[in-house]
Structures are given as structure tokens and as C-alpha cells.
Design a protein around this ligand. Structure first.
Ligand code: TRP
Length: 335
């Protein structure tokens, strides 16, 4: 890691299919950060098993997500790309941080409460501990900035609190991280309920466009997208959430400004808007999908990338973990 550059850490779960919302909201923004920051991008498989997974699918999704990271432009030369479970320090730091995290504050986490409702038959300790594992991800690398969507802000806030608590109880150890909301963070909503976030766990297929959807599926889903009974095409998140969402997607994939998009579609019909948005998505995804497929077929290469990534990550993570173990009073293992 270079001196003076800020450290960025972020991750995505290899669960379900990454949506165009995940892409425009996070992945796409990460690409540019690689020049300015020391970046670490993780495939957080340990987080995934807090809800029930099919093991063979988890394995496939992990490789697929790594291949997607790279197809989108994350470079294993510029950044550290790795899989969470390859670096044991994540689990090890989680144990120590568990001892300074209060049951009360964990119980109040919004996502835990939501997921407990959704998975009422499997409210496991891991689900409750999810935010502490995420804090470990961030704190192990002394990350300055954590690019996440608004739904993850509370988790980054917990990481800050745990860092400060540990630092004051023992002595300065962790960098206290900040949320990094990118300057043009697109917020993409469901095509069927444009007031709700586009979520990869949405059971309604038509609500979500994934990074793996083909041309026909993309065209069909946009055709069925919910709009309104008005006819005017303009940005108005309050009154016209559906149309605004379509415009946001168009801007995200074409790079056109909101104002230019409104001008472009002035006087046009919703049918044309939907078709043009679908075209812009198809055009942008086509080269990414082709590259993703090529990479996913080359297991040996992906494994080599992960091996190097885990080695680089581990060096940084272990340095932090050793400090933590020393500070809490664990005696060092003789070498
Ligand atoms: N919880 C995050 C999400 O669902 C994923 C995640 C896990 C993460 N560990 C992280 C994001 C560390 C940023 C930093 O989006």
C-alpha cells in the first residue's frame, strides 16, 4: 500500500444475482476509485451464510461475482480482490469485537430486524452478528472510507462506534472509518414498486434487472415497468417515481445528465422511453457480460487472482489482528 493514499474497503455478498441497481450504486463507482485510493474489494461469502444457502450455488456465485468485479473494471493489479473466508482474521477479529458490542445495540440494527421478519424460521446468531463481522472487514484494513448505499450507513456507524470504543478502552488501534457516498450515487428502485429499493432478493422477477439478464429479459422487464397515468416525462421522485427511476437508469448507463435526458424525451411517450432505456442497458451490459463469461470459464485464472488477493489482504489484516490480540492481553504464540 502506498503512503498517503486513503484506504477504501467495500464488499458485496455472493448471493442472488447482482442487479443494475447494485452496479450503478456501487460497482460502477468503485472503478474510478482505484486510481485515487488504495482499494480493497471483497466477496463477502461469510456474510452470505447468515441466511440459508445452497453450498454449490454459493461456490458458483462466488466465482461469478469475482468475474463480474473484473469484467466491470476492477483490476487485481490496482486493487486487492479477495474472498472473505480466505482470510481467517475476519472471523478472529469478530470474536474480539463481539466482546465490546452490546446485545442491546445489535438488537436495534434495522437490517437485523428486517431480516428477522423475513427469515423468521432462521433467526440465527450469525444474522445478529452480521454487523460486527462487517465492522471487522472494515477495521482490519484500517479503512478510511467505506463506499456503501444508504441502507448500510447504520452498519458503518457501528464500525465507527466499535473502533472508538476499542481505541478508548485499550489504546489507539483502529482508524475510525467514514461512509463514502459517491458524488453521483444513483438510487435505483424496483420496476414494479418504484418507491422501494431494487433488491436482489425481490421474489418478483419483473421488479429487478440483473447484470446477467439477456436482451429479451431486459426488454420485457422494462416494457412492464410501472409508471403512472400521466404522460409527461420528467424527474419528479415524489409524484413520478416510476418515470424518474427509468430516467435515472438511462442517465446511469449513458452518462447523460438528468437535464439532457428530460430534454431528449420531452414530448415522447412512455413506450418509447421504456424501449430506449432497455436499449441503453443492453448496450452497456453486453461487453460486461461477454467478459464476465470469458473470465468465469477460466477457473485457474480466477483461483490465481484469489490466491494473490488473499495473500495481500492477509498481510494487512494480520498486522491489525496481532495488535488487537496483544492489547487485549493474549500472549503471543512462540515462533
Ligand atoms: N453488508 C454489505 C451489503 O449488504 C456488504 C458488506 C459486508 C460490506 N462487509 C462489508 C460493505 C464491508 C462494505 C464494507 O451491502
Amino acid at each position: 500500500m502506498e503512503q498517503g493514499k486513503k484506504v477504501i474497503f467495500s464488499g458485496i455478498q455472493p448471493t442472488g444475482k447482482i442487479t443494475i441497481g447494485n452496479y450503478l450504486g456501487s460497482l460502477k463507482n468503485w472503478i474510478g476509485m482505484q486510481e485515487e485510493f488504495d482499494c480493497i474489494f471483497c466477496v463477502v461469502d461469510m456474510h452470505s451464510i447468515t441466511v440459508t444457502q445452497v453450498p454449490s450455488e454459493l461456490r458458483k456465485n462466488t466465482f461469478d461475482l469475482l468475474a463480474l468485479y473484473m469484467a466491470c473494471g476492477l483490476s487485481p493489479e490496482k486493487s486487492i480482490l479477495f474472498v472473505q473466508s480466505h482470510v481467517p482474521a475476519h472471523a478472529e477479529l469478530t470474536w474480539v469485537l463481539n466482546t465490546i458490542a452490546y446485545v442491546g445495540e445489535m438488537n436495534r440494527m434495522t437490517q437485523f430486524k428486517d431480516k428477522s421478519r423475513k427469515h423468521a424460521d432462521n433467526i440465527n446468531m450469525g444474522l445478529m452478528d452480521y454487523p460486527v463481522l462487517m465492522a471487522s472487514d472494515i477495521l482490519l484494513y484500517q479503512a478510511d472510507l467505506v463506499p456503501v448505499g444508504v441502507d448500510q450507513k447504520q452498519h458503518v456507524e457501528l464500525a465507527r462506534n466499535l473502533a472508538q470504543r476499542f481505541n478508548s478502552r485499550y489504546s489507539p488501534t483502529f482508524v475510525v472509518p467514514d461512509c463514502y457516498i459517491p458524488p453521483v450515487a444513483a438510487k435505483i428502485t424496483s420496476l414494479q414498486d418504484p418507491t422501494a429499493k431494487m433488491s436482489k432478493s425481490d421474489p418478483n422477477e419483473n421488479a429487478v434487472v440483473t447484470m446477467f439478464d439477456d436482451k429479451d429479459a431486459i426488454t420485457r422487464k422494462f416494457k412492464r415497468a410501472v409508471t403512472d397515468s400521466d404522460t409527461e416525462i420528467r424527474f419528479d421522485r415524489e409524484k413520478k417515481p416510476g418515470v424518474s427511476n427509468l430516467l435515472s437508469i438511462y442517465c446511469g448507463f449513458t452518462g447523460v445528465t438528468e437535464k439532457a435526458a428530460e430534454e431528449e424525451f420531452a414530448g415522447k411517450g412512455y413506450g418509447e422511453l421504456k424501449a430506449r432505456v432497455a436499449e441503453s442497458v443492453i448496450a452497456a451490459l453486453e461487453p460486461i457480460q461477454r467478459e464476465q463469461k470469458r473470465l468465469a470459464a477460466d477457473k485457474a485464472y480466477l483461483e490465481a487472482v484469489l490466491k494473490t488477493g488473499a495473500e495481500k489482504a492477509e498481510r494487512i489484516a494480520n498486522r491489525t489482528l496481532e495488535k488487537v490480540y496483544r492489547k487485549v492481553g493474549f500472549i503471543p504464540r512462540a515462533r
